[in-house]
Structure formats: structure tokens, C-alpha cells
Design a protein around this ligand. Sequence first.
Ligand code: ADP
Ligand code: 5GP
Length: 193
Amino acid sequence: MNPGKLIIFSAPSGAGKSTIVNALLKKRDDLEFSISATSRPPRGNEKNGREYYFLSPEEFRKKIENGELLEWQEVYKDTYYGTLKSEVERITKKGKNVVFDVDVVGGSNIKKMYDGRALAIFIKPPSIEELHKRLVLRGTDSPEKIKERIEKASFEMTYADKFDVVIVNDDLDEAIKETERVINDFLKKTDLE
Ligand code: ADP
Ligand code: 5GP
């Protein structure tokens, strides 16, 4: 059976990664989202088992101890995020391609693990000022959380050159089109190998 390819999305928070990923998932049934585990509480309309598996810090630690995570990071202080091995298995078993929304460190780690089977896409905001504006307009994070995310953004931007493709999300429609184009090229190329 087709083992499925891996498409990794990373970006500073607020760059528009979820918006782009959701637009693609809506359009295409050959792609499926890898639902991560996190120790942060749900935000806005988020539902357990849809955006994330929301776990307590103890439950998260237990999954690490049991070796259930492919990778995990403390992306923000005391807030853990990780990819479940069972998600990758669940999706590839169906012959679908796995879409990851992970932080820049997790993204470059998954890329290293799967190399030729993975395409790593970095979504770049037009500027840090625009990133700040988007986080404020999104209205899901407290001023303290926004500050924490913006402070991390400059560090995250330094990871861009570890990715296969960098897409600047200025005009959203253009960014979605460009993302779909690079994914199609990647899937076509790896199918021929
Ligand atoms: P991320 O998943 O990277 O944290 P989101 O997808 O939640 O980011 O986007 C952050 C906010 O910016 C959302 O309110 C979203 O609607 C908005 N947004 C996304 N792309 C653009 C764009 N190209 N121009 C303006 N606003 C955008
Ligand atoms: P948010 O709290 O905005 O949903 O996500 C915060 C950050 O955690 C984002 O950069 C997101 O990509 C990252 N993230 C989500 N799931 C995972 C995961 O499974 N592993 C890693 N390493 N990062 C993740």
C-alpha cells in the first residue's frame, strides 16, 4: 500500500499556518491532519480530538514515558505539544498523506526522521509587526500570551532555511495557491521515485 507522504507546516504563531492548512484540508481528501497532543487548554471553539488531544500535564508525561510520541517540545513555558505515533500510523494506513502543524524544532526533527518522504514548509509572516497585529485580531490569546509568542518569533524565523520551502503569507489566497502548488509538485515527484 502507498505508505503516505508527510507534509510538515511550521511557522511563528499567528503567521496563518492553521488558516492555510484548514483551507487545504477542506479541498483535498488525500491529505489528513495529524492531531497533536497538548497540555494547553482549548482556545476559542477548539474541540478535543479535532484540533488537539487536550491532556493534563500528567497525562502528557505518561505518554512520553510510554514512548507514544514521535516527537515533543515544550514550545512555551510549561506548555507541551507532541506528535502521537498512533496518528501517523492511523493516517498512513488509509493511504493518505499526513499533514503536521508543529513548531519549528519539531518540524525540522520530523523532516530529519523521514527525509525524502517529507516536505517541510515554513510559513513566513510579512513582518513581526503584522504577526502582532494578526494575533491581536485573532483575539484568542491574552496580552501576556501574545507577548510570549512575539518574543519567540525572531528565534523561530531563524529556522526558515532548514525547511524545503518558505511561503510568505501576505495575500492569503496567493499563499494557499502557492502551498498547493508545492505540495502537488512534491507528491508528483515522490510518486515517480
Ligand atoms: P497560526 O496557525 O500560524 O498561529 P492562524 O492561522 O490562526 O495562525 O492566523 C492568525 C490570524 O491571522 C487569524 O485571525 C487569521 O484569520 C489571520 N490571517 C491568516 N492569514 C492572513 C493573511 N494573509 N492576511 C491577514 N490575516 C491573516
Ligand atoms: P498553538 O498553541 O497556537 O495551537 O500552537 C503553538 C505551537 O505549537 C505552534 O507553533 C504549533 O505548530 C506547535 N505544535 C502543535 N502541535 C505540535 C506538536 O505535535 N509538536 C510540536 N513540536 N509542536 C507542535
